[in-house]
Design a protein. Structure first.
Length: 255
């Protein structure tokens, strides 16, 4: 990192190069697998929050270490924009602390990269009972005090099941079971550290289920999910920002 910004060729430089809007921050998400219910739940949760990220001055970008056809099918099934190259999955997972060295794979995680190329928040979501949550993103963005960027119109979630991709309805069923189990554990271990962790996990599963149930699989229109927290102190800039030409990664990382 230099005073002028991130080093050319670095992960941070590449992520900033994905932006459509100059001056925007980046919410960068790495998913463990397109077949994993927790990854599907995380994808739904960030999709539901994407319009609030835009209001706080950030764009949402997602990657997963899968072949291009499966990545593309997953993003279509989950109603997300085209994914970043799979080559970004490992460096992003390492940056946010969600790289699994034993299995040599990326796990769920996300980070907030400021417009200057500095990380203002990084969260590994490898442990469903861990301390971090997708809800940590917006406060980190609000602290930057950025003006809003135009909201992205996400594609409608695909109606047809994609082979090898976790279906949102299936993910919701699995996560409802996980939420029920976490709730029982929290009750049985009430007051203990384990009980607190179970209660925290239950809240996370509930957030994912709510986001998944809000995905209008039979609806032809885009959905960003309504309500929720917003920044109260972000600067409001007049007018709109001009787009940067192109929306693909520009620094030599092929799909």
């Amino acid at each position: 990192m230099t005073g002028a910004g991130p080093e050319p060729g670095s992960l941070e430089h590449t992520l900033l190069g994905t932006r459509r809007w100059p001056g925007a921050a980046v919410v960068a998400v790495v998913l463990r697998s397109v077949r994993w219910p927790y990854s599907c739940g995380l994808a739904a949760a960030v999709r539901e929050s994407a319009h609030r990220y835009a209001d706080a001055g950030a764009e949402l970008h997602v990657t997963v270490d899968e072949p291009l056809d499966r990545r593309t099918a997953a993003m279509a099934a989950w109603g997300l924009p085209p994914p970043l190259p799979a080559a970004l999955a490992e460096p992003l997972a390492r940056a946010v602390g969600s790289w699994d060295p034993a299995l040599a794979r990326a796990d769920d995680g996300l980070g907030v990269l400021g417009p200057d190329g500095r990380w203002v928040g990084r969260w590994a979501l490898t442990d469903p009972f861990g301390d971090h949550d997708v809800g940590d993103v917006l406060p980190a963005l609000c602290a930057l005090g950025l003006g809003p960027v135009p909201r992205t119109e996400f594609p409608a979630p695909a109606r047809a099941r994609a082979p090898g991709v976790c279906d949102p309805a299936d993910a919701a069923r699995a996560l409802r079971r996980a939420r029920h189990s976490a709730g029982r554990a929290a009750t049985l271990m009430d007051g203990s550290v384990a009980g607190q962790r179970s209660r925290r996990a239950g809240r996370r599963f509930a957030r994912y289920v709510a986001a998944l149930e809000g995905v209008p699989v039979e609806d032809a229109g885009p959905s960003g999910g309504g309500g929720g927290q917003r920044c109260s102190s972000a600067r409001r800039l007049g007018g709109t920002l001009p787009p940067v030409d192109g929306t693909t990664v520009r620094h030599g990382l092929a799909s």
